[in-house]
Design a protein around this ligand. Structure first.
Ligand code: ADP
Length: 177
């Protein structure tokens, strides 16, 4: 059994095995949660990202993920994923679902017990918060049976708006799966 927990606050301080970064395909940092993670992790994370191979879609295509070390962060790994820029393609929901699914599968493959997600794409990528939360919750619920090592999944909401949306959809601040 696993629990999905709702947390209000900063993802960089979460005591979990892995935190997920809502990155851009360059993977070299940016604004929002990406900037906060790079600032807190320090130079080692940036340099590790710089060494990652670049393909036609940068270092990480939309919906995929890449695992790195965590520098000075309290977690073991950072899982960088790239959410869709809302409205730029037709399959936004599928791509956003892939971010959650692939990140969870990557954490499961490492045998991790806990993972924290930010509200991917709901900042500068402009995904409507309510729709994004529905996609996030269902992708996590659907993937958890394939990741038996994962016991805790945290949705870390930076603002009260996302927190209230998740609380309503989850019927409270925790959900046992
Ligand atoms: P995206 O480009 O995927 O939209 P953003 O970083 O702009 O990424 O926003 C994604 C979400 O991360 C937003 O809901 C934003 O409020 C949230 N966020 C920003 N900073 C932090 C942080 N330190 N911890 C957790 N969430 C954060």
């Amino acid at each position: 059994m696993a629990s999905i927990e709702l947390v209000s606050g900063d993802i960089t301080t979460q005591k979990v095995d892995a935190i997920v970064n809502a990155a851009n395909s360059g993977l070299l940092g940016g604004g929002g949660v990406d900037g906060a993670i790079h600032r807190a992790a320090g130079r080692d994370l940036y340099e590790e990202c710089l060494r990652l191979p670049e393909g036609p879609y940068g270092r990480c295509p939309t919906g995929e993920c890449v695992v790195t070390g965590a520098g000075r962060l309290p977690c073991k790994k950072v899982i960088h994923t790239v959410g869709p820029v809302y409205g730029s393609r037709e399959n936004d929901a599928a791509l956003l679902g892939n971010c959650y699914r692939n990140s969870l599968l990557a954490a499961g493959a490492l045998g991790f017990e806990s993972i924290a997600f930010p509200n991917i794409s709901t900042g500068v990528y402009n995904y409507p918060k309510d729709e994004a939360a529905r996609v996030a919750i269902s992708a996590v619920r659907e993937t958890l049976p394939q990741t038996p090592s994962i016991k805790r999944v945290l949705f870390v909401c930076f603002g009260s708006e996302n927190y209230s949306i998740y609380e309503k959809l989850m019927g409270g601040n925790a959900l046992d799966i």
